[in-house]
Design a protein around this ligand. Structure first.
Ligand SMILES: Cc1cc2nc3c(=O)[nH]c(=O)nc-3n(C[C@H](O)[C@H](O)[C@H](O)COP(=O)(O)OP(=O)(O)OC[C@H]3O[C@@H](n4cnc5c(N)ncnc54)[C@H](O)[C@@H]3O)c2cc1C
Length: 349
């Protein structure tokens, strides 16, 4: 039975001792946290973290658990963000400023923004997880990254032992990266301030969005149409964590020098290469993995999706360690065949 602390002094959080984590992550692998605090009021964080039983324990912030892989039990305190709220703090003719609590569901917020008539987040529809985690890896999809719409991030800073507001320029946003990821464990993001435009050109020239709109019979797409097209593409291409455990893309697309990309393309003309502004090139990790024969591959209950070679899946009873050993086998095969290193995208614990 869960040991839930009913202490009324815990204003703003609820403590659970020996908390099972499987159902709190989309990989659905077994792991237990020594302590879990469900935080509904971020202002309670200093008091929570200062409690003598937690002061020297490792800490981990958890949102929707859609980008983490536990390879063992977590002998520390997991802080699960559960604060809610979407507030328009300033309304102007072209752009509104909207503050969103970290515990809000990301996809729910995207749909709220479309319903309220904003344009910009439509390509980021259906990404699982929380608003608080969106800046952590600067989520992106179909040619759009969340940093474009972030004005600032509110967080608890463990090092400074105070609440801080980081402006977008201070967040070191990059491809699936940020200050929060680089200094993992330092910040608890409590809310994000977005700048949401009322009008903006749609981003349709990416990974089949235009073709999908054509198939839908849409000739003058709105933001909501673009979101529907992305949704249809995602549902077709990606395995749904409700059906089979996964954390989306397991590897980042590798970025290599242009010379290396050119020589790889000379021997593999089909290799998809995206040229980046700084002159380097991003390669398709899915293509590299597929060429090594891993699409649909399975070792026990740890496998690679047969829908998408970049997605590792839990067929039922895989452990985090088994998934990591499969990931290692894939990395070695890609390194041997192409001389390219793959880096995991989820946080592995
Ligand atoms: C089917 C599927 C599809 C996906 N598609 C995409 C995609 O298209 N693009 C993309 O970018 N990602 C994608 N992802 C990955 C994932 O959805 C995102 O990374 C998402 O932002 C993770 O949110 P979360 O709340 O689940 O974070 P969690 O998994 O709970 O946490 C991820 C990391 O963020 C940290 N973190 C979480 N919340 C906070 C906070 N409030 N403060 C500080 N740190 C925090 C955690 O400590 C952890 O290190 C996909 C995942 C799945 C399962």
């Amino acid at each position: 039975m869960l040991d839930r602390s009913q202490d009324p002094a815990n204003d703003g959080y609820q403590l659970i001792r020996r908390a099972p984590l499987a159902s709190r992550t989309t990989f659905d692998v077994p792991a237990v946290a020594a302590w879990l605090a469900e935080l509904t009021r971020p202002q309670a964080l200093p008091e929570l973290l200062a409690r003598p039983e937690f002061r020297d324990l490792p800490r981990l912030v958890l949102g929707g658990g859609s980008n983490v892989l536990f390879t063992r039990d977590f002998d520390g305190l997991v802080v699960a963000l559960a604060n809610r709220g979407i507030d328009v703090v300033e309304s102007a003719e072209e752009v509104d400023r909207v503050r969103v609590s970290a515990g809000e569901n990301w996809d729910g917020f995207v749909r709220w923004s479309l319903g309220a008539g904003y344009v910009g987040l439509e390509n980021l529809v259906l990404i699982p997880g929380s608003v608080g985690a969106a800046p952590f890896q600067n989520i992106g999809a179909y040619g759009v990254e969340v940093e474009t719409f972030i004005e600032s991030v509110d967080a608890w800073d463990h090092d400074a032992a105070r609440f801080v507001t980081l402006q977008r320029e201070e967040c070191a946003f990059a491809y699936r990266d940020s200050l929060f990821k680089q200094q993992r464990g330092r910040f608890v993001i409590t809310s994000v301030l977005f700048r949401l435009p009322r009008s903006r050109p749609l981003c349709l020239d990416y990974a089949g969005v235009r073709e999908e709109l054509a198939a839908m019979g849409v000739t003058s797409p709105t933001a909501t149409d673009a979101a529907s097209a992305v949704e249809r593409l995602r549902l077709r291409k990606l395995p749904n964590p409700a059906d089979i455990g996964n954390a989306g893309s397991f590897f980042k697309n590798p970025v290599v020098p242009a010379t290396q990309a050119r020589s790889l393309q000379a021997s593999h003309p089909q290799l998809p290469v995206f040229h980046l502004e700084d002159g380097s090139c991003k390669l398709s990790a899915a293509w590299l993995i597929q060429q090594c024969g891993f699409k649909g591959y399975r070792e026990g209950d740890a496998g690679v999706s047969d829908k998408h070679a970049l997605v590792l899946v839990n067929h039922g009873n895989a452990t985090g360690a088994e998934l990591m050993s499969l990931a290692e086998r894939i990395r070695n095969a890609v390194r041997e065949s192409f001389g390219v290193g793959l880096e995991p995208e989820p946080v592995v614990l």
